[in-house]
Write a protein that binds this ligand. Structure first.
Ligand SMILES: [Zn+2]
Length: 331
């Protein structure tokens, strides 16, 4: 296999089958949780489509000009549309412009590939702009969409795409890839693989983010200090966490980590031998668990999950978090 992708073997096989038959679909939708490798796989597919020296049908050499240009996202027939900021929708004007170019371009020998990332964030006007192209796809154009799930997209879009659903990788596969391909020290690779829940892209972002371990330390400290804080102190912490409205992404990450820690706390409370996700804090979590009943841990976890759902529904975050921290166990 010459696709430069870790895991997702069945998805690669399915895409290679389409290539070998010479009949790729006009549009593909890659779905799966953030950091699972949707974009990586889509770009590898674009390479296989356009490679000028494939070692075998459906493969990519990764050395020819086309392969190198696609890897650098600099191929003249590769159009990539990302949102300008994580979590923000892609601009409708940019999508319209892209569809316009795709419709106008003269027919060439190779495929023109348009990647529209995080399409579940797209507004309905962007979706409509795309729909016209999907309904009458220009020859030699292949649209690649990514989204966390197909359910949030317009059914008229999904029905015109070949859906490739990606699943998380086994943790040992992430760990091995981190060590062998990215030279991550074994201890850190083991931890990141566990925390990633099988999402290699997520683990790689942590590897690249040098401040990540300090942020993690701060997040854990904040989570633990809630237990011993008075009601007023808990509200102070919420005010601190929500003070910056632009920091929604950071707050989401904090919530995700808090949920993961609380889930471990619940597990450790039920069974002290239970394998935990947060390996680097396993001892501290097990010690805490001896003071917290499983019922309280469960309530705290449910409260944090409600806050996360609230973010998606644009509820008042500060109020939601204030309600949640009152559900945290007290020590
Ligand atoms: Zn090539």
């Amino acid at each position: 296999m010459t696709w430069n992708v870790v895991g997702h073997a069945w998805a690669i096989r399915a895409l290679q089958r389409d290539l070998a038959l010479g009949r790729p679909a006009h549009a593909y939708l890659f779905t799966g949780p953030a950091g699972i490798g949707k974009r990586t796989l889509a770009l590898a597919f674009a390479q296989a489509l356009n490679c000028t020296a494939p070692p075998a049908p459906g493969e990519a050499c990764r050395a020819c000009r086309a392969c190198r240009q696609i890897a650098a996202r600099a191929h003249p027939d590769l159009f990539v549309l990302l949102s300008e900021e994580p979590g923000k929708p892609i601009k409708v004007e940019a999508a319209r412009e892209m569809m316009h170019i795709l419709a106008l371009s003269p027919l060439e020998l190779h495929w023109r590939v348009a990647l529209l990332a995080d399409f579940d964030q797209a507004t309905s006007s962007t979706a409509n702009a795309l729909l016209k192209t999907l309904e009458e796809p220009p020859a030699s154009v292949i649209l690649l969409l990514t989204a966390e799930s197909a359910e949030t997209l317009l059914p008229t879009i999904v029905s015109r795409c070949r859906v490739i659903t990606l699943r998380t990788l086994p943790t040992p596969e992430v760990e091995a890839a981190l060590i062998e391909r990215w030279q991550v020290p074994p201890d850190r690779a083991k931890l990141l693989a566990h925390l990633s829940g099988g999402r290699l892209g997520w683990a790689l972002r942590e590897v690249e983010d040098e401040g990540a371990s300090q942020t993690r330390r701060d997040t854990l400290d904040a989570w633990r200090s809630v237990f011993s804080a008075t009601r007023a102190k808990r509200f102070e912490q919420v005010a601190h966490l929500t003070k910056d409205r632009d920091e929604e992404q950071a707050l989401r990450r904090t919530l995700e980590t808090w949920q993961s820690l609380t889930h471990d706390l619940l597990l450790a409370g039920i069974d002290p031998q239970a394998p935990l996700t947060n390996l680097d804090y396993a001892d501290e979590i097990r010690a805490l668990a001896t003071h917290v009943s499983a019922a309280r841990a469960r309530r705290w976890l449910a409260a944090l999950q409600r806050v996360e759902r609230g973010i998606e529904r644009n509820l008042n975050l500060r109020l939601a978090l204030e309600a949640a921290v009152l559900e945290a166990p007290s020590l």
